[in-house]
Design a protein around this ligand. Structure first.
Ligand code: SIN
Length: 483
């Protein structure tokens, strides 16, 4: 499956048909074909983009919030006007089913729309003075040039979730999209320029040398903030690299989400929740249910009902309209899933369905359910990032909470119960930044997304998302006389 002429038009001069020195291939994970080639940029281009962002900062931050909002709204409209082509671009370079990538485009656009509106609400405060003749005030100012390093699993929305609040606040941004998914990022850039984004306000660095680009971003004192979505080990390296220049950081890192199903849960609702949370994006999200903890009294009934639904899921190339699961992103991702399933089985887990790479291609892994999974298996402590649901058993509420919190990660957790007291106790005791209580779909542009513990720092989306790109300045006006 290849790029259409409409998709090529969105990508313009950013893509090339042929291999050449200084270019890298963008692959289609479903069939291994080369979609096109893009520029392989490095430290020099990153530093030039930072210089351009620095030069553009005064002009962009000097616009009224309303003027910035108008450009963001136009960008949102253009993204939605190109929904089908953008969605297919994501499907082609990332593998995700087309029904889901349409959602990725609207999810991505929702951040642009939300922050276009929030741009006008970066309010400061007036604080009652402690002495006569004084006026105490805070104002919010953009932090300056920002850098964003974004992942392949949500190649549109993870850019817009970082870049829209930055732009709304008055910051300028240099983005490094994942080398696996540069095309949807470049299409976003085209549409931003068409919307009237001035030169230097957004730049993009396509590169296979993430370390070199990351070093250029973190060592440059002109960059005042770094926002990263990716693995916890890389997040820690970037956090340390930002320390010498004391940059503000946002880190959206790994997860190990528990999904608790209590005896008193509505089982049908809980199954819908697991399907939505576990198999979204073929299991490749940071908030995917990673450990399904089921109370002993309903374990067998729950397992049978879940397995029946999972067996019916369609694993097919993402461009087929009824595809529900696509290929994983690359061989490394497959190797990890294979290893975790093999380790669990070697230690006594049972494969209730799936459990293998599928015959239709090397990157297709079957939708799987494992039973008899226990805490000593590697799958308990490792983020799977694939379509495998391991089912653990617990007896009491205390045991469920202990198991759920037994991880250095703290991004998202889910629980199903019809007991209001238990719902409130459990929500409060789960050590996570986000909790879905009787809800398997928690992500929206209007709520703060982010984790605690080793899952990260800061929040994206919502009013909190804008604050990440603003500095608070306190001004004390003295000698005013009686006011
Ligand atoms: C992620 O996996 O990093 C983002 C998931 C989401 O926004 O729901």
């Amino acid at each position: 499956m290849q790029l259409s002429s409409a998709q090529k038009a969105l990508l313009g001069d950013y893509i090339h048909a042929d291999a050449a020195p200084g270019r890298f291939a963008v692959l289609n994970p479903a069939d291994g074909s080369t979609l096109c080639y893009v520029q392989n940029q490095g430290a020099a281009e990153t530093t030039a983009a930072i210089a351009a962002a620095d030069a553009a900062f005064a002009g962009w931050s000097g616009l009224t919030a309303k003027a910035r909002s108008i450009i963001l709204k136009k960008w949102n409209e253009l993204v939605l006007a190109h929904l089908e082509d953008m969605a297919m671009l994501v499907t082609l370079e990332q593998g995700r089913p087309i029904k889901e990538t349409r959602g990725e485009v609207t999810y991505g656009a929702s951040f642009i729309e939300w922050f276009a509106e929030e741009a006008k609400r970066a309010y400061g405060r007036t604080i009652p003075a402690t002495l006569p003749g004084k006026h105490l005030q805070t104002i919010k100012q953009p932090v300056g040039v920002c850098a964003a390093i974004t992942p392949w699993n949500f190649p549109i929305s993870m850019i817009t979730r970082k870049v829209s609040p930055a732009l709304a606040a008055g910051c300028t941004v240099v983005i490094k999209p994942s080398e696996e998914t540069p095309l949807s990022a470049l299409a976003l850039l085209t549409l931003a320029r068409q919307a009237g984004m001035p030169d230097g306000v957004i730049s993009m660095i396509t590169s296979t040398t993430a370390k070199e680009v990351g070093e250029a971003m973190t060592s440059d004192p002109r960059v005042k903030k770094l926002s990263f979505t990716g693995s916890t080990p890389v997040g820690k390296l970037l956090y340390a690299a930002c320390a010498p220049t004391m940059k503000k950081v946002s880190m959206e890192l790994g997860g190990n989400a528990p999904f608790l199903v209590f005896d008193d849960a509505n089982i049908d609702d809980a199954i819908e929740g697991v399907l939505a949370s576990k198999y979204r994006n073929s299991g490749q999200t940071c908030v995917c249910a990673n450990r399904i903890l089921v109370q002993a009294g309903i374990y067998d009934r729950f397992t049978a009902a879940l397995v029946e639904r999972v067996k019916a899921m369609k694993l097919e190339p993402g461009w087929q309209e009824d595809s529900q699961l696509g290929p994983l992103i690359n061989q490394k991702a497959i190797d990890k899933v294979v290893h975790l399933v093999d380790d669990a089985v070697a230690h006594g887990a049972k494969v209730a369905t799936g459990g293998h790479v599928d015959g239709q291609g090397p990157l297709f892994y079957q939708a799987s359910v494992l039973t008899n999974v226990t805490e000593d298996m590697e799958i308990f402590s490792t983020e799977i990032f694939g379509p495998v649901a391991p089912l653990f058993k617990f007896d009491s509420e205390d045991e469920a909470i202990r198991m759920a919190n037994d991880t250095p990660f703290g991004l998202a957790a889910y629980a199903y119960t019809r007991d209001i007291g238990r719902a409130m106790r459990v929500a409060s005791k789960l050590q996570y930044g986000m909790v879905g209580m009787n809800d398997g779909v928690i992500s929206t542009e209007v709520t703060p997304f982010g984790g605690i513990k080793e899952s990260g720092i800061g929040r994206e989306g919502a009013v909190e998302g804008l604050e990440e790109y603003l500095s608070v300045k306190y001004i004390s006006y003295g000698g005013l006389g009686a006011i």
